[in-house]
Design a protein around this ligand. Structure first.
Ligand code: UTP
Length: 288
């Protein structure tokens, strides 16, 4: 089996972010900041660290601030230069993702549909999908890409959760072990009733997929929530192509959810040398 190199990543950012209203009425959810960086930048950096060369954003109406974020900001840069200020922090953003490609999802018909919108740019290559509202600390995509280089086929992320929480997530039904972090997938079960989950491995928003999934998405009917679901399409690849799950041991913050977003801000702020001590003192005082 020849394993094609992973070069491309799709970032679906066309969702409406209804769980985060009113913040997301006029601003994309993916531009919400954790400490001082928007969520989308964390996800792009995670992909670049994994050796991804082509960044593909699936955007929608009202997402132009996201495009601006990865573009040159002439006025800002010129003014900062004139004032003798370093522009390193903004220069690095526009240079690192090379030339991102933007495609439009005209209607938010679901994650599966958003991924399908990138089919022409993805072409006949494996590709990664990263959902930017899930912030991963610890280089998840890099580790997944390393696993993919050994297994080929499809590799999805997996995270251990307590048994009492498996009913909230898509869960993996595990088959044979490939190595201590990588397991074959025999089925994907959406939100199993408590006590019936085939494992305690939930599926976070990180995937490495083969281009054949695009052809399945082309015909995919609407599933749960009236949306075209990526999980339904991926499930059809199981047993047809190699399909593994890679367990991540870092941290995941669900920043599409208000509590998860606050947790991410707190955890990342506490970990910083510059602001960490002050935030820690404040939090201690607040909690008495
Ligand atoms: P979510 O379901 O978490 O995002 O999708 P959402 O629909 O924006 O949020 P809520 O539930 O209404 O609050 C995960 C990712 O998939 C993208 C979203 O932008 C988000 O990054 N997405 C979702 C699309 O690009 N298109 C869609 O049709 C749906």
């Amino acid at each position: 089996m020849t394993i094609k190199r992973l070069r491309k990543a799709v970032f679906p950012v066309a969702g409406l972010g209804t769980r985060f209203l009113p913040a997301t009425k006029a601003m994309p959810k993916e531009m919400l900041t954790v400490v001082d960086k928007p969520l989308i930048q964390y996800a792009v950096e995670e992909a670049l660290e994994a050796g991804i060369e082509q960044i593909i954003f699936v955007t929608g109406r009202g997402k132009s601030s996201l495009e601006d974020h990865f573009d040159i900001s002439y006025e800002l840069e010129a003014t900062m230069r004139a004032r003798g200020k370093s522009i390193e922090i903004i220069e690095s953003i526009r240079q690192r993702p090379g030339s991102p490609v933007y495609v439009r999802q005209q209607e938010p018909l679901g994650l599966g549909h958003a991924v399908w919108c990138a089919r022409e740019i993805v072409g006949d290559e494996p590709f990664a999908v990263l959902l930017p509202d899930e912030l991963m600390v610890g280089g998840f995509m890099k580790q997944m890409a390393e696993a993919y280089a050994k297994t080929g086929g499809n590799v999805i992320g997996a995270l251990e959760v307590p048994d009492s929480e498996t009913d909230k997530y898509g869960v993996i039904s595990p088959g044979g072990r490939f190595d201590d972090r990588t397991v074959e997938v025999t089925a994907l079960v959406e939100k199993p009733k408590l006590g019936t989950a085939p494992s305690n491995l939930m599926i976070p928003g990180r995937y490495i997929l083969q281009p054949e999934v695009m052809r399945i998405l082309e015909r995919q009917e609407k599933g749960a929530g009236g949306e075209i679901q990526l999980t339904d399409a991926m499930a059809q690849l199981i047993g047809v192509q190699p399909f593994h799950a890679f367990t991540f041991d870092g941290e995941r913050y669900d920043c599409g959810d208000k509590a998860g977003y606050i947790q991410a801000n707190l955890a990342l702020a506490l970990a910083r040398d510059d602001i960490g001590p002050a935030v820690r003192d404040f939090a201690r005082g607040l909690l008495g």
